[in-house]
Design a protein around this ligand. Structure first.
Ligand SMILES: Cc1cc2nc3c(=O)[nH]c(=O)nc-3n(C[C@H](O)[C@H](O)[C@H](O)COP(=O)(O)OP(=O)(O)OC[C@H]3O[C@@H](n4cnc5c(N)ncnc54)[C@H](O)[C@@H]3O)c2cc1C
Length: 434
């Protein structure tokens, strides 16, 4: 018989730590099992772009996303790249992604994503206001920058579309851009400003949340890898870890891109593909304002974090491979230079890569396992895990404690993928009138 806890959380990234924070706050005995350190350098959260973006209503799977991806397919320096590989899992994921990108489906996902992000942004504001907590949190908005008129107009149209779901924005012409952004690179022709958005230092944020959770009694166990999960029928009975066995009433699977590996041990299919991105940290020039920027053409985020700037971007579907592709790192630095003059020449202080856990429809998986009575999945947060962490933590706590989740979890269930994976049936033949 191993050590006993009410809830064992597998994974100590933003999602696992937010769940621990909520559950410990409700007086439950909770352990976080993390194979590296809390907020592992090898996880997806450590040095991400730090953006909390309730404005981001477009899920990863949106109309046109696949078309763009296909155009960029052969260019390993492009913002979206699929490394050549023969993995049936990836083929199936891409099939589901293409189906999820259909206009009707994406339209259904947008209000879901918005509701999650908005609720989470409010929770971030509450967390940042806890006395003594230092996350580097600032709510200054997010400014997208465009270099050609057609792209700017498309950006303004996208923002108008996002407004249907409640996301506020303002179109800025070149004059306004140069007034507001000292050091703006020449050639910028316009921007879109999203005032609701915020940013923080992701590593500090997770470490602070972990500290708060520990203060409420959570048992944080770094360097504890979950090797196996044993079941008896529909019940998980034991977790086998590198530091002994654990028995828990409820298990929360929050292992990011590695969740499918543990899912397989439980005969639970989780279609999550790792999507590699890079964070390049450079010194922040003194003139650069506390305003996160985005180079829209190259999809490069530029986030101020204290005396540093975090340049982040690219999305590479290449499995769990963490090799660095230098041309992609160069593309990120170049992209930053397109917005901030001289940014491409800033000497990197740190280079990091992380694997975003991406579902084919771009929405996270939050809900009970269909095969197990005491397993909750909280994974697959794609590009938005930092922003979504607090609401996911709250929803997990509501599920564990048998309360009605504050947001309808039907669109986030694991089961949704079986419909998405189904081959589309040929349309029935209809006799044509002549
Ligand atoms: C370059 C880049 C920029 C990004 N920018 C942003 C941004 O600005 N805003 C935003 O909202 N999101 C951003 N994201 C996405 C965000 O970082 C992810 O969605 C989020 O970090 C996922 O969190 P997670 O806790 O699910 O996974 P992770 O942080 O990866 O945590 C999972 C943890 O599980 C552990 N683990 C795995 N297997 C086991 C096991 N068997 N036993 C024990 N532990 C295990 C891992 O070590 C890891 O620490 C970005 C991602 C990248 C790569």
């Amino acid at each position: 018989m191993g050590a006993r806890v009410d809830i064992a959380i597998v994974g100590g990234g933003i999602i696992g730590v937010c769940a621990a924070y909520e559950l410990a706050g409700e007086g439950r005995s909770v352990a976080v099992l993390e194979r590296e350190d809390i907020c592992a350098i090898g996880g997806a959260t450590h040095s991400n772009a730090g953006l909390i973006t309730p404005s981001d209503v477009y899920p990863l799977a949106s109309p046109g996303a696949l078309g763009k991806g296909m155009r960029w397919l052969l260019d390993s320096g492009s913002p979206f790249y699929i490394a050549p590989q023969a993995r049936p899992r990836l083929g199936r994921w891409l099939w589901m992604f293409s189906r999820a990108s259909a206009k009707q489906r994406a339209e259904k996902a947008m209000p879901v994503q918005r509701a999650l992000l908005r609720a989470s942004a409010d929770l971030w504001t509450e967390i940042a206001a806890v006395p003594g907590v230092e996350l580097g949190y600032e709510q200054r908005g997010w400014l997208w920058s465009f270099h050609d008129r057609a792209a700017w107009e498309a950006g303004v149209a996208e923002a108008a579309e996002a407004a249907r779901f409640g996301a506020a924005s303002a179109a800025w012409d070149a004059g306004r851009m140069f007034d507001e952004v000292p050091g703006l690179a020449p050639g910028v022709c316009g921007g879109v400003f999203y005032p609701e958005d915020a940013h923080c230092d992701p590593r500090r944020a997770v470490e602070e949340l972990a500290r708060l959770a520990a203060g409420k009694g959570a048992d944080l166990r770094p360097r504890t890898e979950v090797l196996d999960i044993e079941c008896n029928g529909r019940l998980i009975t034991r977790l086998v870890t590198t530091r002994g066995e654990i028995v828990a009433d409820t298990v929360v699977l929050a292992a990011g891109s590695w969740s499918p590996l543990l899912g397989r041990r439980l005969r639970l299919d989780l279609p999550i593909e790792p999507a590699k991105g890079y964070g390049v940290t450079v010194p922040r020039p003194t003139a650069v304002r506390e305003l996160p920027l985005y180079e829209a053409a190259g999809h490069v985020a530029i986030t101020p974090m204290g005396d540093r700037l975090r340049l982040a971007g690219t999305l590479e579907l290449g499995g769990l491979d963490t090799r660095i592709r230098w041309n992609r790192v160069a593309a990120i630095r170049r992209g930053a230079g397109e917005v901030l003059a001289g940014a491409a020449q800033l000497e990197p202080l740190e280079l990091w890569r992380g694997l975003r856990p991406c579902t084919p429809d771009g929405l996270p998986i939050i809900g009970r396992s269909p095969r197990h009575d005491n397993l909750i999945v909280a994974a697959g947060h794609c590009m938005l895990g930092l922003g979504l962490g607090p609401i996911t933590g709250r929803l997990v706590a509501q599920l564990v404690n048998g309360r009605e989740p504050q947001i309808d979890l039907a669109p986030l269930r694991v089961e949704r993928f079986s419909e998405l994976a189904r081959p589309s049936l040929p349309r029935p033949m209809v006799a044509q009138r002549t």
